[in-house]
Design a protein around this ligand. Structure first.
Ligand code: NAD
Length: 302
């Protein structure tokens, strides 16, 4: 079986597939045209988020049986079209949950104590001790919107800090250490709101003007979910009015973002979609991808 690795994958994963007898070609950074020209003859393609598997590449992939996305979101693959052509599409949804939850928690500490702003102030030669009075996380209410894998990991950690955790998701679910509430109650009572829903037609701009208006004055927003689920214009207005005291953003409606009005706001701290960028998550993604491909090859041998 011939495997095409289109985006960066841990060396150990490539080696594991080779050790299992698979022919693995690593060719990263291809243009869409190069991808179309390369895919014929390959049975498996491995992508992260950079390579886009759209109709032209899928049409050209006449021997393809499986596309594996190392990571969670499948928005870079036309999944329905691929599956209609008999190509299975799989991902590694759990590999980065702990890393994303830790980033969200790190953002909460950074917002509560203005750590990035205090650092910038000191690097500018100042000593603004009085200006940086913060708040404790203990005793505050954390509202998690979309409590799936990542939300559950965040709740576990927030519980250990003495936070009161509530969550909203569509289906009734038991979550140790947290109470499920309607969205409106979460918006009205949370001190910190952390977004973890995928981007779907239902969740697009799920936090917009109407939702910000319901929130407590001085709420903090943490967004390590998917760009497009928070209305960035409405968020900027809420920051400017003081309704939102601070926002921490890892994901943006467009990436890389050009929304400098938002990024440069003094009460915004941010990172360039690094939720899953830890050594451990990358290694776990690699291990999971390799085992998916090896199992698939075994099942389709001969
Ligand atoms: P998950 O599928 O385990 O959880 C998503 C949750 O959202 C589920 O509980 C689901 O019921 C809920 N949900 C979906 N639609 C909803 C709606 N309309 N209303 C209310 N709840 C809804 O996913 P996960 O692994 O926890 O990942 C969550 C998000 O985090 C994904 O969108 C993913 O793209 C993003 N993510 C970001 C990074 C990063 O680097 N920042 C890394 C990994 C994942």
């Amino acid at each position: 079986m011939k495997v095409l690795v289109c985006d960066k994958l841990a060396d150990s994963a490539v080696q594991a597939m080779r050790d299992a007898g698979l022919e693995v070609v690593v060719k990263t950074g291809m243009t869409p045209e190069e991808l179309v020209a390369t895919v014929p003859g390959f049975h498996v393609a491995i992508v992260r988020s950079a390579t886009k598997f759209r109709k032209p590449a899928i049409d050209a992939a006449t021997d393809m049986k499986l596309i594996v996305r190392g990571g969670v979101g499948l928005d870079n693959i036309d999944v329905e079209y691929a599956e209609a052509k008999g190509i299975k599409v799989m991902n590694t949804p759990a590999a980065s949950s702990a890393s994303v939850a830790e980033l969200a928690l790190g953002f909460m500490f950074a917002l509560a104590r203005s750590i990035p702003q205090a650092t910038a102030s000191m690097k500018a030669g100042k000593w603004e001790k009085k200006q940086f009075e913060g708040i404790e996380l203990a005793g505050k209410t954390l509202g998690v919107i979309g409590a799936g894998r990542i939300g559950a990991e965040l709740i576990k950690r927030a519980n250990a800090l003495g936070m009161n955790c509530i969550f909203y998701r569509r289906t009734p679910t038991e979550m140790p250490g947290a109470r499920q509430v309607p969205l409106e109650e979460l918006l009205r009572t949370s001190d910190f709101i952390s977004m973890h829903v995928p981007l779907t037609p239902e969740t697009a701009n799920m936090l917009s003007r109407e939702q910000f208006a319901m929130m407590k004055d001085g709420v903090y927003i943490v967004h390590c979910g998917r760009g497009g689920t928070v209305d960035e214009e409405a968020l900027l207005e809420a920051l400017n009015s003081g309704k939102v005291a601070g926002a921490a953003l890892d994901v943006f409606a467009e990436e890389p973002t050009n929304n400098m009005a938002l990024v440069s706001h003094p009460n915004v701290i941010c990172s360039p979609h690094i939720g899953a960028q830890t050594k451990e998550a990358q290694d776990r993604v690699g291990d999971e991808v390799a085992s998916i491909v090896i199992e698939f090859a075994k099942a389709h041998a001969g």
